[in-house]
Design a protein around this ligand. Structure first.
Ligand SMILES: CC(C)(COP(=O)(O)OP(=O)(O)OC[C@H]1O[C@@H](n2cnc3c(N)ncnc32)[C@H](O)[C@@H]1OP(=O)(O)O)[C@@H](O)C(=O)NCCC(=O)NCCS
Length: 196
């Protein structure tokens, strides 16, 4: 991630936060060595969460997708991961990931996606991941995120609306919206019930 040097949220970003149920979670940038954590976290997602994230009921992540998801430059493609902070003897687990991929045609925009494993949803992690990613994206000259959401995923549509999403377009079973990264970072920080 050499391109990532010199930013406030650079490779050294590594923070422990406490979710609403008291569990401690580590946030840091993804690394190429996170392949097994990613596969294993994906395996713990419910069918609904997989469909809401990938729009199809994927059984597992293909190797080339895992490589693409973990080997990122941190500027044009960046991903924050949330990991469990295990008790002694237990293995670290992947709990969430938020990523953006900059558009080649419109480099001031990037597509965003966020996933939190079902067992820790509704504990504030999604908002924290998305807000932190937006702040880092803004620093990297990404002015707006586009997000693709299944129309049936109404919880997420309303969540993004509350975080400033606009310019909604229907696209088959999905909707695409736009989120200004500075506004998103501010709104997420205001709404977050987790001390970052
Ligand atoms: C979307 C997602 C990342 C949210 O993560 P999270 O850790 O639950 O997020 P938060 O705890 O910060 O909650 C965010 C808001 O989402 C909404 N929400 C999420 N799940 C909900 C549910 N099952 N029912 C009602 N509201 C829900 C709520 O508005 C919630 O805010 P609140 O807790 O203040 O009411 C998570 O639900 C997920 O991974 N879903 C599957 C993948 C997906 O849909 N990704 C989005 C498309 S890219």
């Amino acid at each position: 991630m050499a391109k990532n040097a010199g930013y406030h949220w650079d490779d050294r970003f590594d923070r422990i936060v406490t979710l609403l149920d008291g569990r401690r979670v580590r946030l840091r940038w993804i690394r190429p060595t996170d392949a097994s954590l990613l596969r294993e976290g994906f395996a713990r997602l419910s069918e609904t969460s997989r469909r809401n994230r990938f729009f199809i009921a994927l059984k597992e992540l293909p190797d080339h997708v895992v490589r693409y998801f973990t080997d990122v430059d941190g500027v044009d493609h960046a991903a924050l991961v949330a990991l469990s902070v295990p008790e002694k003897g237990l293995a670290e687990q992947g709990l969430g990931v938020a990523r953006f991929v900059r558009s080649k045609d419109e480099p001031l925009t990037a597509e965003v996606a966020v996933t939190v494993v079902d067992e820790v949803q509704r504990l504030g992690l999604g908002t924290l991941l998305l807000g932190t990613l937006a702040a880092a994206a803004s620093e990297r000259n990404v002015e707006a995120f586009t997000a693709n959401v299944l129309w049936s995923n109404s919880n997420v549509r309303f969540w993004l609306l509350g975080l400033g999403a606009e310019q909604w377009h229907r696209l088959g079973d999905a909707v695409v919206c736009s989120l200004g990264t500075s506004l998103l970072a501010n709104r997420a920080a205001e709404r977050s019930r987790i001390a970052a």
